[in-house]
Design a protein around this ligand. Structure first.
Ligand code: HEM
Ligand code: HEM
Length: 183
C-alpha cells in the first residue's frame, strides 16, 4: 500500500460518482421491474437494464479497487469512532458491489440464461443447469445482499450529510469534483 495521498485523486472521485450513478440505475431498474407481472415484456426490459448496469458496476468496482490500492486515500476527518464506522461501511459496500453482480451472473448461469450487456455483447452460459443453486442465489442476492447494500448506502449518505451539516467539515466537499487541495 502506498502512503496516503493528501487528497482524493480526480480518478477516484470520478469512479466514486460513476459507481454511485450506475448502482442507483441498477437498483432503480430492478425496483421498477418488480412492479410488473412475470412474462410482461416491460419487466424483461427493466431486468435487461438491471443486469447491464450490474455488470458495468462490477467492472467499475474492479477498476476502483485497483486504483484505490495504488493511490491510497486522504486521512479521514473527524473522531476515531466515525472513521472506524465509515471504514467498515466503505469496505462492506465494496465487497457487496463485487459480490452482488457475481451472484447475479452465477444465478443466470445456473438458470441457463445468457446475459446481454446493453446489447453490445453477451455473456454466454458455461455452467450446467442447477435450479436449486439458482433459487438459493436468488434468495441471497434479492432477499439479503441487495437490501443490505441499499441500507449501507443510506447509512453512508447520512454519514456524509452529518459531516457536512453537523460537523461542518470538508469530508463531502473534498469528494466533490473540482477540489484538488486540502483546506
Ligand atoms: C451492483 C449490482 C447489483 C445490485 C445492487 C443488484 C441489486 C438487486 C436487488 C436489490 C434485487 C431485489 C429487487 C426486488 O426486491 O425485487 C435484485 C434482484 C435481481 N437481480 Fe440484481 N443486482 C445487481 C446485479 C445483478 C446482475 C449483474 C444480475 C444478472 C446478471 C442480476 C440479476 C438479478 C435478478 C435475476 C433478480 C431477481 C429479480 C426478480 O426476482 O424478479 N443482478 N438485484
Ligand atoms: C452506491 C453508492 C455509493 C457507494 C458504493 C459508495 C462507496 C464509497 C466508498 C467505498 C468510499 C471509501 C473510499 C475509500 O476508502 O477509498 C466512499 C467515500 C465517500 N463517499 Fe461514497 N459511495 C456511494 C454513495 C455516496 C453518496 C450518495 C455520497 C454523498 C452524498 C457519498 C459520499 C462519500 C464521501 C464524502 C466519501 C469520502 C469519505 C471520507 O473522506 O472518509 N457516497 N464512498
Amino acid at each position: 500500500m502506498p502512503a496516503s495521498s493528501a487528497v482524493w485523486s480526480p480518478r477516484l472521485r470520478f469512479l466514486h460518482w460513476a459507481l454511485f450513478i450506475i448502482i442507483a440505475a441498477a437498483v432503480t431498474c430492478v425496483l421498477i421491474a418488480s412492479g410488473y407481472e412475470r412474462g410482461d415484456p416491460l419487466k424483461g426490459q427493466f431486468m435487461f437494464f438491471h443486469k447491464s448496469f450490474g455488470v458495468t458496476a462490477l467492472a467499475l468496482m474492479i477498476v476502483w479497487v485497483i486504483t484505490r490500492l495504488n493511490t491510497g486515500r486522504p486521512p479521514p476527518i473527524g473522531q476515531a469512532w466515525q472513521s472506524r464506522l465509515a471504514t467498515t461501511v466503505h469496505w462492506a459496500m465494496v465487497v457487496l458491489v463485487l459480490a452482488l453482480p457475481t451472484a447475479g451472473l452465477l444465478m443466470s448461469q445456473f438458470a441457463q440464461q445468457s446475459v446481454s450487456v446493453f446489447g453490445l455483447f453477451s455473456i454466454p452460459v458455461w455452467l450446467a443447469e442447477d435450479k436449486v443453486a439458482a433459487k438459493a442465489i436468488h434468495t441471497i442476492h434479492a432477499g439479503y445482499a441487495g437490501p443490505i447494500l441499499i441500507g449501507l448506502v443510506a447509512l453512508h449518505f447520512i454519514g456524509a450529510l452529518w459531516h457536512h451539516f453537523i460537523d461542518h467539515d470538508e469530508t463531502l466537499k473534498r469528494m466533490l469534483p473540482g477540489k484538488t487541495r486540502q483546506p
